[in-house]
Each structure stands twice: as structure tokens, then as C-alpha cells.
Ligand binder design. Structure first.
Ligand code: UD1
Ligand code: CA
Length: 463
């Protein structure tokens, strides 16, 4: 990255009426992260040391939410929405601090990539005063057209103002721009509002710069980079593009997927080499997975850490705080929350493990439940290394089971079990020889008695 300093201004004042939502538009998530946070992240990745966010609608919610995603980001309020140039000027104080490059971005274009921004910055380094990010489309209607001459951009013509010849142009304004920091305020202050809508249009700086003899160019970027989200259908489209990109990156980084189109990642999913993800797996935020892990089909994983060589699923649910050690196994229809499963431990079938610590190589039988909630407080269950919990046991927390201990199947464990102890927490079994046929005969007689009684009642009713 160049030595040039850079300020990114992200416009996020719009209301986003077409989202039909109580949540401000730029906070709607893509891959579990607010759209505008994607934009802030791309700005940072493109070497932008300073960030300014222009907020308006839902100002407080927007700036509070985004603060945690972009430390040091300054926020500016655009009280009245008088156009994109007016919005940029809301961040006048930040611009006045003096930067080599200014990037103007929209908070509702979540798929912008750092490489595209870096290319626009390169245009400034090469001597342009303004670089406009454009894209090609065979459906240009509605977009501003980029009018070029001899490799330079001469104007951005909004759809409604185009001549017939200009309307045929398929190179369109993506809306995002890079502006020479030293000239930015001069250019922006020269923008007027003498147009049909009475707004201050950022696009006007193209002709203003040209009139001052400055060089203006367009940088072509892939369409999705500037895909603006206005409604939930477009949001879903952005999500789909994001997922396609991320699946490809995961595959190229050494993660196997037989049906990648059925696997959904979050913005921060980390997966190691030679890990295989089977079809229909969903990752929520906060997941870290090591090498050689196998995540089997239909599993749902969120806020979990999975160490090398572990195996999860099919049909497993790992909730926040699930922490699986190397080679651990969590099998079908198991739920794990806020629990460490030690290296090589097995939780294979139909089990709930919550607020627990399970030692290395322990074996948790089918149907085991940690009873971690008494309706008021949550308590922990500790299980030592190599302990064996028999099937269908209830472990009533707080309780601890020692290393190497053995809990008999069907136990309800309410008191601590020391290391190496054998615990039975169930009623003793009684066996009565020859009593099965007697019992059956008794039930059979009762059945016949009820049938006869019903027949008599029916006869009486019929008179
Ligand atoms: C803009 C471009 C158009 C381009 C299109 C690409 C102008 C005049 N037109 O049109 O050439 O093809 O983007 O999508 O720029 N905003 C504010 N405050 C304001 C006005 C806007 O924060 O006062 C924000 C909006 O919330 C939005 C962004 O700026 O995120 C763009 O504004 P919008 O009105 O959507 O511009 P378009 O009509 O899409
Ligand atoms: Ca728009």
C-alpha cells in the first residue's frame, strides 16, 4: 500500500424506506455483520487510516452499533438530507485535517472490496483529481452514465438528463469516488443545487474539476462492488453474492465442500486446512475451526471453537461457548453450549451438554442431559478425564463427576461422584418369576369387563 494518507467517508444518512424496517438500512446484516461495517472493513483493508461516518436517520443507533466495528471512526450528523455532496460536507472537519486521498463510499454497498478501493486510490496517485468507480451493465436504466473522451471522464449524466446517444452508454456510475484530498473541499464547495430536485449532487464535481483543468478518470469495478441495497430482495441478493465469494475463498484455502452452495458462512468464520464441511451446514458468527476437522451435514454452529481432528454432526448444534478439543466427537442430535469437551472425548448421540467441562477421553452416553437450569440459576457440571456416563443419565448441576468415574445408565446424579467411583442413581430393579402371564390375564379380564359395560350402555340408549 502507498505511503499516501487516506480518509474514507461513508454516507449512511439515508432512511431506507423500502426496507420496511424499524432497523436503519445500513445496519441490516450481510453474513451476520451490518452492511456499513462491511464498508468500514473494506476501507480499512484498503489502507484508509481515518474513517468518517455520516449519519442522519437513526443517527444514534447507527453510530452506537458501528462503533464496535470500527475503532476510532468519527461520526458526523447530516441533519437535513440535501444530497450526496452535502452529505460528504457534513464531514468537513475530518476533510480539513488534510489527507492525500479521500474515498467517498455508501453505507449500503456491502460488497465493496478493498482491491477496488485500492485501484481508485492508485488513480489519484497517478495524477487524477477525481476517480469515479464505474461498472458495466446491459441494464443501465436508472444509473448515471459515465461519459468518457480519450480515456478521461467528462461527465456523469443522470438517466433522466441523458440524450439518446448517452442513454445507450453501458458504463455506469457506481456512486463511489476517490478525490484528491488537497482539492476536495474546493470541489465540494463549488457544487450547487440548481437542478430539478434542488439537491447537491456529488456527481457534479466531475464537471467542476474538468472546468478547473483537472484530470478525472473512471475506474471499472465488478458490478457487485457497487451494488446498492434498497430493499430486502437486494439484501438477499447481496448475501448470495457474498456467500458465493466466501465459499470460493474457503475452497481455494484448503477447505473441502462437496456441495458448497448449501454451506453458509458468517463474516468471521475461520476454518483450517483439510477440514471437510458436508452439505447443509450453517455457521453463525464467532466460529473458529482447526485443521482436519469433519463437520457433517445439517449442523448449525455458532460462537464455537473446534480443535484439530474433531468431528461434529450430522445434525449437531454447537452454541456459543462450545469448545471442542482435538479429536473430540459430538454426534447426531447433540446440543452443546458454554462447555469444554476435552481432547478425544465423545458425546455421540442425543445429548444436551450446557455449562459443563468434560475431561479428555470421557465418554458421554446417548441421551445424557446436564440439568444446568433450575428455573432461576444456571450451574455447572464437571466431568473428569476418562469418566463414563451411562446412557440416559441426568446430571443435576452443580455437580462433579471425578476422573475415571462410572455412572450407571439411567442415573439421576444429584451428588458429587469421586474419582474412580461407580455411581447408581436409579431405583433398584425387582424381578418376579412367572408373574407376567398373571398380569396379562388380569388386564385382559378388565378389558372384557369394560367392553361389556359399554355394550349394555349402548343398548339402554337405543331404548
Ligand atoms: C447515485 C448516483 C448515480 C449512481 C447511483 C449508483 C448521484 C447524484 N447519483 O444515485 O449516478 O448511478 O448512485 O447507485 O450521486 N445519502 C446521504 N445523504 C444525502 C443523500 C444521500 O447520506 O443527503 C446517501 C444515501 O443514504 C445513499 C447514498 O448517499 O447511501 C447514495 O444516495 P442515493 O440517493 O441512493 O443516490 P442514487 O439515486 O442511488
Ligand atoms: Ca442508491
Amino acid at each position: 500500500m502507498s505511503e499516501r494518507s487516506c480518509l474514507s467517508i461513508i454516507l449512511a444518512a439515508g432512511e431506507g424506506t423500502r426496507m420496511k424496517s424499524d432497523l436503519p438500512k445500513v445496519l441490516h446484516p450481510v453474513a451476520g455483520l451490518p452492511m456499513a461495517a462491511h464498508v468500514l472493513g473494506a476501507a480499512r483493508a484498503a489502507g484508509s487510516g481515518a474513517l468518517a461516518l455520516v449519519v442522519g436517520h437513526g443517527a444514534e443507533t447507527v453510530s452506537e452499533t458501528l462503533k464496535s466495528h470500527a475503532a476510532g471512526c468519527r461520526t458526523f450528523v447530516q441533519a437535513e438530507r440535501l444530497g450526496t455532496a452535502h452529505a460528504v460536507l457534513a464531514a468537513r472537519d475530518a476533510i480539513a485535517d488534510g489527507f492525500d486521498d479521500i474515498l467517498v463510499m455508501f453505507g449500503d454497498t456491502p460488497l465493496i472490496e478493498a482491491e477496488a478501493l485500492a485501484e481508485a486510490r492508485q488513480g489519484l496517485a497517478d495524477g487524477a483529481a477525481v476517480v469515479v468507480m464505474g461498472f458495466r451493465t446491459d441494464k443501465p436504466a436508472g444509473y448515471g452514465r459515465l461519459v468518457e473522451q480519450c480515456g478521461e471522464l467528462v461527465a456523469i449524466r443522470e438517466d433522466r438528463d441523458c440524450s439518446a446517444a448517452e442513454r445507450a452508454i453501458t458504463f455506469c456510475n457506481g456512486g463511489l469516488m476517490a478525490i484528491d484530498g488537497a482539492r476536495a473541499l474546493g470541489l465540494l464547495d463549488a457544487v450547487g443545487n440548481d437542478n430539478a430536485k434542488g439537491e447537491y449532487y456529488l456527481t457534479d464535481i466531475v464537471e467542476i474539476a474538468r472546468a478547473q483543468g483537472l484530470r478525472v478518470v473512471a475506474a471499472e469495478v465488478a458490478f457487485e462492488n457497487v451494488l446498492g441495497i434498497n430493499n430486502r430482495a437486494e439484501l438477499a441478493e447481496a448475501e448470495a453474492i457474498w456467500q458465493t465469494r466466501r465459499r470460493r475463498r474457503m475452497l481455494l484455502d484448503g477447505v473441502s465442500m462437496t456441495a458448497p452452495e448449501t454451506v453458509f458462512f458468517a463474516h468471521d468464520t475461520v476454518i483450517g486446512r483439510d477440514t471437510a464441511i458436508e452439505p447443509h451446514v450453517v455457521f453463525g458468527p464467532g466460529v473458529r475451526i482447526g485443521d482436519r476437522v469433519r463437520v457433517r451435514g445439517f449442523s448449525h454452529i455458532e460462537g464455537a471453537t473446534i480443535a484439530d481432528g474433531a468431528e461434529v454432526g450430522p445434525f449437531a448444534r454447537l452454541r456459543p461457548g462450545a469448545d471442542l478439543g482435538a479429536g473430540a466427537k459430538v454426534g447426531n442430535f447433540c446440543e452443546v453450549k458454554a462447555a469444554e469437551i476435552g481432547p478425544g472425548a465423545k458425546v455421540n448421540h442425543l445429548t444436551y451438554i450446557g455449562d459443563a467441562t468434560i475431561g479428555a477421553k470421557a465418554n458421554i452416553g446417548a441421551g445424557t442431559i446436564t440439568c444446568n437450569y433450575n428455573g432461576f440459576t444456571k450451574d455447572r457440571t464437571e466431568i473428569g478425564a476418562e469418566a463414563f456416563i451411562g446412557s440416559n443419565s441426568s446430571l443435576v448441576a452443580p455437580v462433579s463427576i471425578g476422573a475415571g468415574a462410572y455412572v450407571a445408565s439411567g442415573s439421576v446424579i444429584v451428588a458429587d461422584v469421586p474419582d474412580d467411583a461407580l455411581a447408581f442413581g436409579r431405583a433398584p430393579q425387582t424381578v418376579k418369576e412367572g408373574r407376567a402371564s398373571k398380569l396379562k390375564a388380569r388386564y385382559q379380564a378388565e378389558k372384557q369387563r369394560r367392553a361389556a359395560e359399554k355394550a349394555a350402555k349402548d343398548r339402554a340408549a337405543r331404548g
